[in-house]
Design a protein around this ligand. Structure first.
Ligand code: NAD
Length: 289
């Protein structure tokens, strides 16, 4: 069974680590600070405890079985031991570029790099490594341990063997996938980020309240969550950075982030992970499920 390196232990990385650990993989989960890793451990424990209630009948492994499979570390070099890597660091090109150069030097040549990004083109990431055929986009949905389908992005150089390996890994973890070609934001976020931004503009312009904007989508369209709740779940900092990436990559003003979004990010109100965004959340709850 593949040993999996998960880099970045924020909203997404901790869910990806939980998912693969639940399916029997040994995990190395890396972030830059111990307090982030402590928070990831606490979050994974809490969600494994709650899982029997949330997943209603689906088999769930207890925390005592799953957690020992995850090695929490700030030492990137431990990644020399892994067979497959999923990178989930901040949606910032400079951060991803520097990190992928480093990862390329540490990891064995045959290791596949799955890039979990919201909008950054996968080909751009692949280009800073010496293994562009072994790099692809693995766009997990949030929360990663619960969502059934992953958007796979084929970069310019991604090989069929890399896609086949990734498919097998996901199928082993009970996940379906859809393969798309490389383009900023892929399919999901190219559409979703515009929708979230436009919903934020309607709030900014006083067209409606946060509660009612979300109610309209839930009650009129039958969506499980409204757009402002979705933005809070993703993280307003990540939504803002993703819009910036789309804006820069397409050079199209339709992706300009709403000033209200920028103001909330500057104020440190990043949504669920900080306890406050467009809505309030008890105890800074990071993820559901
Ligand atoms: P986040 O801000 O919650 O977490 C990012 C983590 O990366 C932080 O803990 C940070 O300390 C860590 N990090 C930064 N630089 C690092 C480095 N050099 N080495 C190790 N760790 C480092 O962000 P997130 O929401 O988890 O997003 C991570 C990636 O996944 C982004 O590219 C984002 O666009 C993408 N994504 C996010 C969502 C979502 O709903 N939040 C969904 C799919 C994909």
């Amino acid at each position: 069974m593949d040993r999996i390196g998960v880099v970045g232990a924020g909203t997404m990385g901790r869910g990806v680590a939980q998912l693969f650990a639940e399916h029997g993989h040994e995990i190395v989960l890396v972030d830059v600070a111990e307090d982030i890793l402590d928070s990831a451990r606490a979050d994974i424990t809490r969600h494994l405890r709650l899982a029997p209630l949330i997943r209603r009948g689906a088999p769930v492994r207890p925390p005592e079985e799953v957690l020992p499979r995850i090695r929490f570390t700030t030492d990137l070099k431990v990644l020399r031991e892994v067979d497959f890597l999923v990178e989930n660091v901040t949606e910032d090109w400079d951060v991803k570029r520097a990190l992928h150069r480093e990862l390329d030097a540490i990891c064995a040549p045959e290791v596949v790099f799955g890039v979990n990004t919201s909008a950054i083109p996968v080909t751009r990431v692949a280009g800073v490594t010496g293994r562009p055929d072994r790099v692809l986009g693995t766009h997990f949905m949030n929360p990663a341990q619960l969502k059934p389908t992953v958007e796979l992005i084929r970069g310019h150089h991604t090989s069929d063997a890399t896609l086949a390996r990734t498919r097998a890994l996901l199928e082993g973890a009970g996940r379906r996938h859809v393969v798309v070609e490389d383009s900023p934001g892929f399919v999901t976020n190219r559409v979703l980020m515009l929708t979230l931004n436009e919903a934020i503009f309607t709030l900014h312009e006083g067209v409606s309240t946060a509660k009612d904007i979300d109610r309209l989508f839930k009650e009129c369209f039958g969506h499980a969550m409204g757009p402002l709740e979705t933005a809070d779940l993703i993280g307003l900092d990540t939504v803002y950075l993703s819009l910036q990436v789309l804006y820069e990559n397409f050079g199209d003003p339709k992706y300009r982030p709403c000033p209200l979004l920028r103001r909330l990010v500057d104020a440190g109100l990043h949504g669920r992970k900080t306890g406050q965004g467009f809505h309030s959340y008890e105890s800074g709850e990071q993820r559901r499920g």
